[in-house]
Design a protein. Structure first.
Length: 170
């Protein structure tokens, strides 16, 4: 099962991102229900491994914290809103990395670059060069994070479909 762990965007953040997505001259906007900040992409995992991960994630604790949105960035074939590194966000990411290892999932070592993908591009970076400078995120509110979600992701021609498998609240 293709899966990932992420922070879902709340209603206020999703609504605030909509005008920004509409203003983008390139790319296919990510549907509001699919907007999230990935903490760990798990790729394809057997159900029993995801059950072990579920148990590990239940044991995690954290206090609620805020995230701050930054500028538009290009990640290969995706346009994203960067998210400011913060000690609580980085700590949550580390805890999830440890939980995945305990569950038997080996993730590639990558630098954590928190972001929310807002659009997919047909071609890499050259489309991103056409993003007008007035597409800014200065109107986006800070968002309170009160938990995270384990998702299943199914790829389809019209875009990925994400289904929440379990929510974990702080």
């Amino acid at each position: 099962m293709r899966s990932f762990v992420a922070i879902s965007l709340n209603h206020e953040a999703t609504v605030a991102l909509a005008p920004l997505q509409r203003a983008l001259p390139a790319g296919r906007p990510v549907p509001p229900e699919n907007l999230h900040l990935t903490l760990a992409f798990l790729d394809d995992q057997p159900e029993q491994v995801l059950e072990a991960l579920h148990d590990e994630l239940l044991a995690l604790s954290s206090a609620p914290f805020h995230i701050t949105f930054l500028d538009i960035e290009c990640f290969g074939r995706a346009l994203a809103i960067g998210v400011k590194d913060s000690a609580p966000l980085v700590a949550l990411h580390r805890k999830i990395q440890i939980a995945t290892r305990r569950a038997g999932i080996v993730l590639p070592r990558r630098r954590f670059r928190p972001h929310v993908t807002i659009a997919r591009l047909k071609h890499e970076r050259h489309q991103a060069a056409h993003i007008p400078h007035d597409c800014t995120v200065n109107t986006l509110p800070e968002m309170l994070v009160t938990g995270f979600t384990l998702y299943e992701s199914t790829l389809r021609p019209e875009g990925a479909r994400h289904v929440a498998l379990a929510h974990f609240t702080f």
